[in-house]
Design a protein around this ligand. Structure first.
Ligand SMILES: [Zn+2]
Length: 182
């Protein structure tokens, strides 16, 4: 299974590891080793060993809180205090440690709790800061990915132009073609 990183934000890329949430839900963090692989591919930590089932459950719970709060932000809905508390709790641990080795090379070390603290800190920065207003839900139904719209004009509609953008444009083309009088 391959992961995608298209949301322009670490916390939302993490939230996207549950895909197609309103239709055929797809859990991309099915096994503990999936979470370990995601954290490395996301660049959070250099390696993550021995994730337990309980830690995987904790990671998923944190992810769901991030998704719910980010979605609520797009809908200008109030946030669930339990979700806020879960993210705050995760940041009570120290984050992944960064050690600069040379220009272009940094060592990122930590265990599961450090990784979760880093993800929670990323979510806190997004949800607590001004960028929460830039969170958008992908217009490519039934895609449920969230992203940060950093476009100058504030008109980004898709999580990814290549997947959702082209799929929706093709659908619009087919609609127009089918409506054409013969
Ligand atoms: Zn999408």
């Amino acid at each position: 299974m391959s992961f995608t990183f298209v949301s322009d934000h670490l916390a939302l890329d993490f939230a996207a590891t549950m895909a197609w949430r309103t239709t055929r839900r797809e859990e991309l963090l099915a096994r503990p080793e999936d979470f370990a692989r995601w954290t490395v591919e996301a660049g959070v930590v250099d390696e993550l060993e021995a994730v337990s089932q309980a830690e995987l459950a904790e990671a998923r719970a944190l992810r769901e809180s991030i998704y719910r709060l980010a979605l609520a932000a797009t809908e200008r809905q109030p946030s669930d205090p339990e979700d806020v508390a879960r993210i705050r709790q995760a940041t009570t641990h120290p984050p992944v440690s960064l050690t600069l080795q040379a220009v272009g090379r940094v060592e990122r070390r930590g265990g599961v709790q450090q990784v979760l603290a880093t993800l929670a800190a990323s979510a806190s920065d997004l949800l607590g800061g001004p960028e929460h207003r830039l969170i958008r839900l992908c217009a490519g139904e039934p895609c449920t990915r969230l992203f940060v719209d950093r476009s100058q004009a504030g008109t980004r509609r898709w999580c990814s132009k290549r997947s959702c953008g082209s799929r929706m444009n093709a659908a619009a083309y087919r609609r127009r073609r089918d409506e054409m009088p013969t």
